[in-house]
Write a protein that binds this ligand. Structure first.
Ligand code: HEM
Ligand code: SF4
Length: 569
């Protein structure tokens, strides 16, 4: 048995995620917390970060780094009430950096909260029945589903399952309430009492769950550790769920033993069995996952190493459920449906476009204020989409034109460009400590340049999925984009091509270390060829494979094989 990783010892010694966090918050000589607590605070939904734009200047002045925390909400299915929205907006402006960020996993992140404001922030959040527990860390994180439960009965069933799984897999430790909300300290207890599912050391690594309703794969089901795909009957009702396991994005440049992987379909289960199956998948991974090497600890590696059949057998044994063979399903896309849509009950839902999910007030547009105005009059609720966008849901007829007018005025309606409509970027600099290159701050400039090229080839209106991240961890799921850009170093990116538009196939590395001009120069001839050679309805990601530019990606270990420009070879 190889040695346990350092994080395993930190979890074990933490007394169910307490560590010395309570003491560290009182320590006023630094804006940071000690290293072990910085690992534990993730389980409470926070990351200790520093403003990387200020590092050099502060080092020159011999000042401590500009430490602040990012906090991430736990919002199953992305559903937020107007009152909750207003509270988060208030916190973002009072304690944060005046921006809100909608994330690719249907959450909201607030950045720039200094240590001494954390407790006030979390109290305001708690007062609106929101929480940050388990938004990060080695646990089941925010559970995602198609963001509009009012579209149909199937969508409602998906949200019901999402909430049931989220509740069932939330850590039970009282540490969160004790540390942040001045709850009474509850002493000790047996492992099976405090954390019946996780135990003292929680999971080997992060764990992500989603629920999908075909034909939309907006949640990117194949990117996640655990997924449920609704199987519908002729009347559109849910008859049960295909279970998927072993998806994940993260990898490390230059380490081929790490790779993104699309999930496998494990089988089919009834709605009544779904939570038990979810728990069994989690506990098999808890017991089988690699706790010695965090780069090999995700469920995707457990499944590659042990095989799907052995994994299924143990899930069935633990859940007391025999999975049936998977049922047929079909996805069409991973994108959002912008503009107004109407549910089966006639209510209106407006999907807004939020570039990179970042809401702020600046000289160009006052998007944060616009949403505050909408939240003040809106009687329905908000839904964060898995594509960093926002749905104003259940809008009463009397408010429809007013809400649309505010959104239009703030530039929140979808743009015409098919590339821009399908673009995602992770946060990266200046807050993310892992970023090797810009992402959110650079993508708009790249989109301008690529839009210009697409327009010259008559492709402006065509949907093409583009995603960028500042490092290979893959927070914006770049390996499932038709055009994926992954930061390699300052101003340099690896270009991945050939993923499927419906999110079912990974991409391939096409070119390495490209700068801005290099990216445009690499893509322009492909756009030109696509415009003239594509067959009717053929997607860009499929075309580049058929035309021989890149090899199609298989799964897992195959991701790193046959890379490069195949036409140039
Ligand atoms: C080893 C893998 C990963 C590590 C260490 C990691 C770490 C981080 C960190 C530090 C941030 C905070 C950045 C900031 O807000 O300043 C972040 C953001 C985020 N990560 Fe990851 N991440 C990993 C992989 C992933 C993957 C595979 C996904 C999704 C499939 C994901 C989803 C997110 C989301 C949704 C955000 C919020 C910002 C956004 O929408 O891009 N992460 N991650
Ligand atoms: S992909 Fe990398 S750079 Fe981007 S937010 Fe995630 S960890 Fe940070």
């Amino acid at each position: 048995m190889s040695e346990l990783s350092r994080n395993e010892h930190i979890k074990e010694a933490s007394d169910y995620l307490r560590g010395t966090l309570a003491e560290g918050l009182q320590e006023d000589i630094t804006g940071a917390i000690v290293e072990d607590d910085a690992q534990l605070v993730k389980f409470h939904g926070m990351y200790l970060q520093d403003d990387r734009d200020l590092r050099a200047e502060r080092a020159r002045k011999k000042m401590e780094k500009a430490f602040a925390f990012m906090i991430r909400m736990r919002i199953p299915g992305g559903v937020v009430t107007p009152a909750q929205w207003l509270a988060l907006d208030h916190v973002a402006r009072t304690y944060g950096n005046g921006t809100m960020r909608l994330t690719t996993r249907q959450s909201i992140q607030l950045h720039g909260i200094i240590k001494f404001n954390l407790k006030e922030t979390l109290k305001e959040i708690d007062a609106q029945l929101l929480s940050t527990i388990a938004a990060c860390g080695d646990v089941n994180r925010n559970v995602m589903c198609n963001p509009n439960p009012d579209l149909s009965g199937a969508h409602k069933a998906a949200l019901d399952l999402t909430r049931a799984i989220a509740d069932h897999l939330t850590p039970r430790t009282p540490a969160y309430r004790e540390i942040w909300l001045d709850g009474e300290r509850i002493v000790g207890g047996e492992e099976e009492v405090v954390e019946p599912i996780y135990g003292k050391t929680y999971l080997p690594r992060k764990f992500k769950t989603v629920v999908a309703v075909p034909p939309s794969n907006d949640v990117d089901v194949f990117a996640h550790d655990l997924g449920f795909i609704a199987i519908l009957d002729g009347k559109g009702e849910v008859t049960g769920w295909n279970v998927t396991v072993g998806g994940g994005m993260g990898m490390t440049h230059g380490e081929p033993a790490t790779y993104p992987r699309t999930a496998d379909v494990l089988g089919f289960c009834a709605t009544n069995d779904a939570v038990a199956v979810a728990e069994a998948v989690v506990t098999v991974q808890r017991d089988w996952g690699d706790r010695s090497d965090r780069k090999h600890a995700r469920l995707k590696y457990t499944i590659e190493d042990r095989g799907l059949d052995a994994f299924r057998a143990d899930v069935e044994r633990r859940a007391g459920v025999v999975l049936q063979p998977a049922k047929p399903f079909a996805f069409t896309s991973t994108g959002d449906r912008y503009g107004w849509s109407e549910g089966t009950d006639g209510r209106g839902h407006l999907t807004l476009y939020v570039l990179n999910g970042r809401l702020r007030d600046d000289a160009g547009a006052k998007q944060l204020s616009a949403l505050r105005m909408i939240a003040q009059i809106h009687k329905g609720d908000f839904r964060i989409t898995p594509n960093q966008n926002l749905i104003v849901a259940n809008v009463t007829t009397e408010h429809q034109s007013e809400i649309e007018k505010i959104a239009r005025g703030a530039g929140l309606l979808a743009p015409w460009s098919g590339l821009r409509r399908n673009a995602l970027a992770c946060v990266a600099l200046p807050t993310c400590g892992l970023a090797l290159a810009e992402s959110e701050r650079y993508l708009p400039e790249l989109l301008d340049a690529l839009d210009e090229r697409l327009s010259s080839h008559g492709l402006s209106g065509d949907d093409i999925v583009i995603r960028m991240t500042g490092c290979p961890n893959g927070c914006a799921r770049p390996y499932l984009a038709e055009i994926g850009l992954v930061g390699k170093g300052p101003g340099r990116y690896n270009l991945y091509l050939g993923a499927a538009f419906d999110g079912s196939r990974l991409s391939k590395l096409y070119a390495e270390d490209l700068d801005h001009a290099g990216i445009v120069a690499a893509l322009d001839p492909l756009f030109a060829a696509y415009a003239t050679e594509r067959t009717s309805g053929e997607r860009f990601g499929d075309y580049v494979i058929r035309a021989g530019f890149v090899a199609a990606s298989g799964n897992g270990r195959d991701f790193h094989a046959n890379t490069g420009n195949r036409r140039a070879a």
